[in-house]
Design a protein around this ligand. Structure first.
Ligand code: SAH
Ligand code: SF4
Length: 332
């Protein structure tokens, strides 16, 4: 980079390195979805997934090696937590995928139009590394993506939602998964720290800065756990309580993608349809997420990479699993 001052180049030589991520494996699904496993050193590996659609190409990126939140229905959560990814490691997933796809699809235009922070990890628990990576995605000298096409998905780290609204307001998805605190405490343990009412208030505050005029609530449909008509009714009441008149959220129902350790089952298509209709009839825009890449374990919540659990979250979850299975009768 001869356009940089010689003294700066000397400094960079000893203090910085330019290096892509090493690819451990690559899997292509019959539906065109591609999953990569990247080596991030120290025995950790993280995954990114490209999902082609007719009108866009979405890259799902990881923010951490593992995750410390420990949601019951999430394969990453069951693995425990190793470390936060650096900004460079987050953006390197996009860099790699964009170059790979251009080369293999022989395209000169932009292949990746949307980025979702929905891979491994809780992005808002790695805030200081996340924000610089987001800024590179948005910067015209970087990837030039629109704020509306970059989505951070969070299990509800309330203080960091407020900071993101100021520092880098991109589209926001909130993993709700339950209509009341009792159930959410169990499914998303972070709820004990930031209960639903606080989360709803934070969503309302975020909207004042958001690039879109709605928040997406993700709701993983778990058979017999959170998919009953009374749960839909409670969700409708929850939304009504917290939106003063206007429509300010959309629901995205995600049929649970099973993995062996969870002890949970996917809701039937019929149950998902009834649930979706109840929300829609109440005036809430509701979509059901199409499962993509499940033949290569690339669907939501199936990303597990390879993580050295340094927090014993995974171990604790294994101990609690038997308790959970009593609360949620897995075989019923
Ligand atoms: N930690 C962030 C982002 C990563 S998870 C979050 O929780 O939002 C991305 C999405 O996949 C979340 O909505 C999450 O709840 C959902 N998910 C996790 N495990 C899943 C599974 N087994 N089946 C379907 N969706 C799942
Ligand atoms: Fe972490 Fe998100 Fe998985 Fe929960 S769903 S364990 S927050 S990655």
């Amino acid at each position: 980079m001869s356009d940089l001052a010689k003294s700066l180049r000397e400094k960079l030589k000893v203090s910085a390195c330019i290096q892509g991520l090493e690819v451990i494996s690559e899997h292509k699904s019959s539906d065109g979805t591609i999953k990569w496993l990247f080596n991030v050193g120290g025995g950790d590996a993280v995954e990114a997934v490209f999902i082609p659609e007719d009108d866009r190409g979405t890259l799902c990126i990881s923010s951490q090696a593992g995750c410390a939140v420990g949601c019951r229905f999430c394969s990453t959560g069951h693995q425990g937590f190793s470390r936060n990814l650096k900004s460079g490691e987050i953006i390197a997933q996009l860099w790699f995928a964009e170059h790979f796809l251009r080369k293999h699809l022989h395209r000169t235009d932009r292949v990746i139009s949307n980025v979702v922070m929905m891979g491994m990890g809780e992005p808002l628990q790695n805030y200081s590394e996340l924000v610089p990576a987001l800024r590179i995605m948005l910067d015209d000298h970087g990837y030039g993506l629109s704020r509306r096409r970059v989505t951070v998905s969070t299990s509800g780290v309330v203080p960091m939602m407020d900071r993101l609204a100021i520092d880098c307001p991109v589209a926001l998805a909130v993993s709700l998964h339950a209509p009341n605190d009792g159930l959410r405490d169990n499914l998303v343990p972070l709820n004990r720290k930031y209960p639903i009412a606080e989360l709803m208030d934070a969503c309302n505050r975020y909207l004042a800065h958001a690039p879109r005029d709605f928040i997406t609530f993700e709701y993983c449909m778990l058979d017999g756990v959170n998919d009953q008509p009374e749960h839909a009714q409670q969700l409708i009441e929850l939304v009504r309580r917290h939106s003063s008149g206007g429509v300010w959220c959309k629901f995205n129902l995600i049929p649970f993608n099973p993995f062996p350790e969870s002890g949970l089952r996917r809701s039937s298509a019929g149950q998902v349809a009834v649930f979706a209709k109840m929300l829609s009839d109440a005036g809430i825009v509701t979509t059901v997420r199409k499962t993509r890449g499940d033949d290569i374990d690339a669907a939501c919540g199936q990303l597990a990479g390879d993580v050295k659990d340094r927090t014993r979250v995974g171990e604790r979850m294994a101990q609690q699993r038997s308790i959970m299975l009593k609360v949620v009768p897995a075989g019923s």
